[in-house]
Design a protein around this ligand. Sequence first.
Ligand code: GLN
Length: 499
Amino acid sequence: MTNIHSTAAQMSAALAAKEISSVELTQQHLDRISAVDGDVHAFLYVDTEGALAQAKAADELRASGKEISPLTGVPLALKDVLAQKGVPTTCGSKMLEGWRPPYDSTVVTKLKEAGVVILGKTNMDEFAMGSSTENSAYGPTHNPWDLTRIPGGSGGGSAAALAAFEAPLAIGTDTGGSIRQPAAVTGTVGVKPTYGGVSRYGLVAFSSSLDQAGPCARTVLDTALLHEVIAGHDERDSTSINQLVPQVVAAAKKLDVKGMKIGVVKELSGEGYQSGVSQRFQESLDLLVEAGAEIVEVSCPNFEYALAAYYLIAPSEASSNLARFDSMRYGIRIGDDGTVGAEEVMRRTRHLGFGPEVKRRIILGTYALSSGYYDAYYGSAQKVRTLLKQDYERAFEKADVLVSPTCPTTAFKIGEKSDDPLAMYLNDVATIPVNMAGIGGMSLPCGLAPEDGLPVGFQIMSPVMQDDRLYRVGATLEAALLSKWGKPLLANAPELAVR
Ligand code: GLN
């Protein structure tokens, strides 16, 4: 019987077989949100009426006999960085409190065209800056495995919604790891498509050359189904790639990696990686070998500079992108009491409208772009970016995909790193190179770390527009792990705090 614990593919089959209606399925998820989201706080806004109306429309579409998407009528949680017409969109910031976009982002347009039911908007680090969802102006999200721990960030709300069975599908965005790192620490699957593979139109910009929306779910096949719904060329995004979308659903069904070469990135292991993370990663490599893949070691010597370069490029672009929130053109307005000029109103608004991490990045980025420092900081970082791309090109000559642990550790405690920005930044050491080179990346759960019983993520990286390889390898590994465990990881967990 289909219920909130089913996969999106199972829900799709049950809808097709008329075992359940979309209205019923949506109501089950809304009930679940009411029951657990007080503890988890995955959602910033639940669109009860809108979701039920969309579900009714999906049921009618299905009954009409017209051609429909496999995901018609299946519910989804949307990261609050994507514009949805008429629905509050805050980016986790006070700055956008009360804003209801007058238009849909392309991702939302595609979801609506496919008849996917949008349950609501999920919590995130303010303007997607962070790795723990503690930087949200609306309070943190809690990891469903242990409510005292972070769900990753910046898309912690989307990942937690999946792990708490509040939604079978979610959308995230990944600038330096914000889809993959939350997936890793919540035992869910997240994919950052090739840059340009999914339109950024209507995605509130953090770092435009790095930002990429992508699919999140509890299984590899479900992410593939969602990937095909949201991907594709869009005239409204000048960086969108005008090519056919990789056949990711077919790849996720292949379950065969015989003859594939899998490159283990030497620089993304060893010191700094928790022992249980390394152990589960190694066991997954063994399973891939049993499935017929060949493991090769590759070296990407410039990866050691990736984090430093990212923390120049991302804040630089952010400082430019966030300049629009000046209380005159965009955002809230604070302190306009008629006695002060426009600049003072901007100052007051930004002072109260932005949180500390966003301010830190704007200051850092403004400094890095200032005349006299531009070449030394921003210019050098761009050169590192080229070196990272070259590292990947050389590595992909030796291997079809590259792999690493997604994160150095499992989920840490809420508050543990919030006073230490550098410790927080280190979480993304393995995910950032992917964004810097614009390639595709996936994280899927590969077990629980023996020392703390928390989920570990396995990262797969593929060349530009070869995202299908992520799904081929990911689904094969997932199937091998499933037959080893007997049950999916989330069902396997007595530790799961939210039942
Ligand atoms: N954690 C990284 C940062 O803080 C990445 C965030 C993201 O991917 N949006 O910038």
